[in-house]
Design a protein around this ligand. Structure first.
Ligand SMILES: CC(C)(COP(=O)(O)OP(=O)(O)OC[C@H]1O[C@@H](n2cnc3c(N)ncnc32)[C@H](O)[C@@H]1OP(=O)(O)O)[C@@H](O)C(=O)NCCC(=O)NCCS
Length: 333
């Protein structure tokens, strides 16, 4: 009886602002080979999860992959030769920022030296599109991903001439600009010295707020051009007590159009009306007239001065506490 070949296949998923995406590849110059996910034979004595990481690295070049769980085992024989085989499908994740790249296959398998065109495909477009019925466990992947899904979803909110939307990797320019601001890196996690890697990590941190359930981080973008000009966030540390807090900044080149006031108004309304959060707070340093005016334009009321409240830079600073309750009036524009 022919020996059964033991294989692994990897569904490597990344979280993009528009939803989950699956890592797939085509053979460069050989379209008839069809779209595939990384898969291949397990070496003698090799743990299956290690085989998953090795196959992904050999076939796509990705080394930074976290294997989460197995999804099931397929017993379908080889589609051409009919040779018996079992294939264990695994769910793995990556933070890979590139959307598409070409990779020359490494390792000692029959694919070695072939060139693969690797890319991410929205999970919703995968069903029926993979060769060798590799999509057999996509429904199990979707179920598993849903169970582990981000507890929060960052929506798109209208804010007059601006929109609030999730950050995207294309928003590096605004991070670069505010890195050079004298104040913003002191009060946020914007890197004080910009590199593309640090900028990307800043954006990934914004996604992780919703993934970890700690808050909603929005890019403030120009509604017409879509270009990000700033950030506004709703932070949920005290949400169990019915309170959330707001923070915001704008790139210097976008100031002077009340963009922050538009953004904070829209966010506060959404927090009260949709999230049913009764009290939204913000804190402002007493010297920061533009921010104080922003708070007032968004219907926040001054409640007091908190002395030595927080370390900013090298000293503890006083902060004014502003808040708005769900039925506080929103001033006219
Ligand atoms: C606070 C900030 C987001 C406001 O940016 P913006 O939305 O472009 O604000 P604008 O420049 O349109 O100003 C908003 C209001 O403040 C007023 N204002 C601005 N600077 C002012 C100043 N120095 N003194 C008095 N009023 C001032 C403006 O006149 C405007 O009011 P008006 O439209 O009624 O005249 C921006 O200055 C910023 O990013 N600062 C650094 C980060 C920061 O401080 N974040 C807030 C932390 S609490």
């Amino acid at each position: 009886m022919a020996e059964v070949r033991v294989r692994v296949a990897a569904y490597v998923v990344r979280a993009a602002p528009s939803g989950l995406e699956l890592l797939v590849f085509d053979h460069a110059g050989l379209p008839e080979a069809g779209r595939q996910v990384p898969a291949g034979g397990v070496r003698a004595g090799e743990p299956l999860e290690e085989a998953v990481r090795r196959e992904v690295a050999e076939e796509t070049g990705l080394a930074d992959v976290t294997v989460l769980t197995s999804l099931g085992v397929s017993q379908r024989p080889h589609p051409q030769t009919g040779a018996p085989r079992v294939t264990a499908f695994y769910y793995a994740t990556t933070g890979e920022p590139r959307g598409r790249w070409e990779h020359e296959v490494t390792g000692d398998g029959e694919d070695e030296g072939l060139r693969f065109d690797c890319y991410f495909l929205p999970l919703s477009q995968v069903a029926g599109s993979l060769t060798d019925r590799q999509d057999e466990f996509i429904p199990a992947l979707v179920r598993e991903a849903r169970q582990r899904a981000a507890p929060l979803f960052v929506p798109r909110l209208d804010a007059g001439p601006f929109v609030l939307r999730p950050f995207a990797l294309d928003d590096l320019d605004v991070v670069r600009e505010v890195s050079a601001d004298p104040h913003i890196p002191l009060i946020t996690t914007v890197p004080a010295v910009f590199t593309a890697d640090d900028g990307r990590r800043f954006i990934e941190r914004q996604w992780s707020r919703a993934e970890r359930g700690t808050g909603y981080s929005f890019a403030i973008a120009d509604a017409e051009s879509g270009r990000a000009v700033g950030q506004v966030g709703l932070w949920l540390k005290d949400v169990a007590e019915g309170r959330a807090s707001v923070g915001y900044w704008l790139a210097g080149s976008a100031r002077g159009r009340r963009a922050a006031a538009c953004a904070v108004r829209a966010l506060a309304r959404w927090a009260h009306d949709e999230l049913r959060i009764p009290r939204v707070e913000l804190q402002v340093e007493p010297w920061n007239s533009a921010s104080i005016r922003t708070a007032e334009l968004a219907g926040f009321r001054r409640e007091g001065l908190m002395r030595g409240w927080r370390e900013i830079g090298v000293e503890r600073r006083d902060l004014l506490l502003y808040a708005r309750l769900a039925d506080d009036p929103m001033p006219g524009t």
